[in-house]
Design a protein around this ligand. Structure first.
Ligand SMILES: CC(C)(COP(=O)(O)OP(=O)(O)OC[C@H]1O[C@@H](n2cnc3c(N)ncnc32)[C@H](O)[C@@H]1OP(=O)(O)O)[C@@H](O)C(=O)NCCC(=O)NCCS
Length: 179
């Protein structure tokens, strides 16, 4: 197959590799070197194996039969309950060599449809202010709604919150990511 599907327990190692490779490529110069160097695909694979054993809800992958997994994302209920957006996309990573081919768009819209099915009609995603990927979210209709300082491994960074107030309308407008 080529396309999106729910993650399986057996995807743990591939998801971990995508997470580590994409972080190192995307966040160099934005996050501390120690954070990026300190990441371990083996450790992440162990964490993902545990997470996928207990709950696979909300984890989606892009699979290409010939190439294997090329990207993944996770969505669920908004972690900051005070915010007026029910859902949250907590992760979205596409391998550097596979970027720019529409995989991120398909994964994001698949997660929007998932959130909607699970009773969450709106969503937010946090992105590092310095990350050019914020323009991807803008391109997909996200509205800059919030900004806040956070720390990553003790280092201060700013994050931006992009919001979709009406996921149903977004999916209608975009054709739901099909094609
Ligand atoms: C952000 C990311 C998920 C986007 O996935 P992708 O597969 O490369 O994006 P797509 O090919 O689906 O792009 C969809 C549209 O967004 C645009 N786009 C993608 N990245 C962009 C960027 N950095 N700046 C401007 N536009 C961008 C594309 O040109 C495309 O536009 P189109 O509708 O005119 O064709 C991917 O690049 C990635 O994993 N980046 C590194 C990790 C990261 O920062 N993740 C986000 C964490 S919050």
């Amino acid at each position: 197959m080529i396309g999106t599907r729910r993650a399986r327990k057996t995807d743990a190692a591939a998801i971990a590799t995508i997470e580590v490779e994409t972080w190192r490529a995307a966040y160099a110069g934005m996050l501390a070197n120690a954070t990026l160097v300190g990441m371990s695909a083996e450790r992440k694979a162990h964490q993902w194996a545990g997470a996928l054993r207990h709950r696979q809800t909300g984890v989606w992958v892009w699979e290409d039969d010939g190439l294997g997994l090329q990207g993944f994302g996770h969505c669920g209920r908004q972690r900051l309950r005070a915010l007026p957006f029910e859902g949250e996309v907590t992760m979205l990573y596409v391998l550097p060599d596979a970027q720019g081919r529409g995989i991120g768009r398909r994964l994001l819209l698949t997660m929007f449809a998932d959130l909607l099915r699970r009773g969450m009609p709106s969503a937010l995603v946090w992105v590092l202010a310095a990350n050019p990927s914020r323009f991807f979210y803008q391109r997909l209709g996200g509205r800059l709604a919030l900004r806040r300082p956070i720390t990553v491994d003790g280092n201060p960074v700013e994050v931006l919150g992009y919001a979709w107030a009406d996921l149903a309308a977004t999916l209608t407008r975009t054709g739901g990511g099909r094609g």
